[in-house]
Design a protein around this ligand. Structure first.
Ligand SMILES: C[S@@+](CC[C@H](N)C(=O)[O-])C[C@H]1O[C@@H](n2cnc3c(N)ncnc32)[C@H](O)[C@@H]1O
Length: 312
């Protein structure tokens, strides 16, 4: 299987992780292990990389890429929302750096054979972790029309949600929609032609994003993870998150703001009763975005945003 190293914003991440030899570092989203490889080299000779991915293919690939440094790496086929449990069961009380490079990898898109791409004719699956039950096939072929409308609107911000859901229901009444290309054709046929050709992206992009988010519970997992962040980092430790759409970025931004503000008491209360103190500090206000050169050489970087925050 041809894994490609497609790390986005890698130089910026590397710089802001501020890694030092001996650090304990977590890469929550190994993917093609591009970031992980650069990370592990920076923490040698006695640092530890804890690598996680919910996709077994990514773990198998990481084992090969990181083999020369196997003494410094601990790899887990798991969800990053379980990081607290992983650290706890390995006797690690806190880490110097955590990286989340969200979304899917180029390998999942091109070779995953799970219907992530509307250009490859593959079964409608979209599970990053094949141990989970819910697939895109089940959603598309058995969810109620109104549920589909909600999913496409909420998680894809798709303005033609109603038309697309209606078309899906009409089509599946004749026969199930089995593959990614079949679904992409149904979506395209539901959207007025003048909008198809005026858009920069493929007409199925938003619905595919929405299905992927629901199948993998992406936002829920990210929210759960963000709740734990201050308790996972050592003082001065850094969190770097690369997100690829506004729904993810909003969750990260909101959680960081809460940890930065500390006190949650109503403003008119003369003294603080909640006792919450600031736990994190953002390294820069606005997220970093890729340069034009990076977007030209890797179109997947187009919507990437990097937020970095430090445990105080
Ligand atoms: C954009 S890729 C990461 C690319 C990687 N940084 C590199 O250098 O090649 C995202 C990876 O994160 C994994 N992933 C996404 N959400 C996850 C989650 N909640 N828990 C664990 N892994 C996750 C995906 O399976 C995918 O392999």
């Amino acid at each position: 299987m041809g894994f490609e190293h497609t790390s986005v914003l890698s130089q910026e991440v590397h710089e802001h992780q501020e890694l030092k030899p001996g650090n304990i570092v977590v890469d929550c989203t190994l993917g093609g292990s591009g970031h992980a490889l650069a990370t592990i080299k920076a923490i040698l000779p006695d640092g530890k990389l804890i690598g996680i991915d919910q996709d077994l293919d990514a773990i198998d690939h990481a084992k090969k890429v990181l083999h020369p440094f196997k003494e410094n790496a601990l790899l887990f086929h798991s969800n990053f929302s379980d990081l607290y449990k992983i650290l706890n069961s390995n006797g690690i009380e806190g880490v110097n750096s955590i990286l989340l490079d969200l979304g899917f990898s180029l390998n999942q898109l091109k070779n995953g054979k799970r219907g992530f791409s509307f250009n490859e004719n593959e079964p409608l699956d979209m599970r990053m972790d094949i141990r989970n039950d819910l697939t895109a096939f089940e959603i598309v072929n058995s969810f109620q029309k109104n549920e589909l409308v909600d999913i496409f609107f909420k998680f894809g911000e798709e303005k033609f949600s109603r038309r697309i859901a209606k078309k899906i229901v009409e089509t599946r009444e004749k026969k199930p929609i089995r593959t990614s290309v079949e679904l992409a054709q149904v979506i395209k046929s539901a959207i007025p032609a003048k909008f198809i050709y005026s858009q920069r992206i493929h007409p199925a992009t938003r619905v595919f994003q929405a299905l992927r988010i629901v199948v993998n519970k992406e936002l829920e997992r990210l929210e759960n993870f963000m709740e734990d962040v201050p308790s996972l980092l050592l003082e001065g430790g850094r969190l770097c998150v690369i997100s690829f759409h506004s729904l993810e970025d909003r969750i990260v931004k909101k959680a960081l703001r809460k940890f930065e503000n500390g006190c949650t008491c109503p403003k008119d209360l003369p003294i603080c009763l909640c006792g919450f103190i600031p736990q994190m500090k953002s390294v820069f206000r606005k997220p970093l975005v890729p340069t034009k050169e990076e977007i030209d050489s890797n179109p997947m970087a187009r919507s990437a945003k990097l937020r970095v925050a430090q445990r105080v």
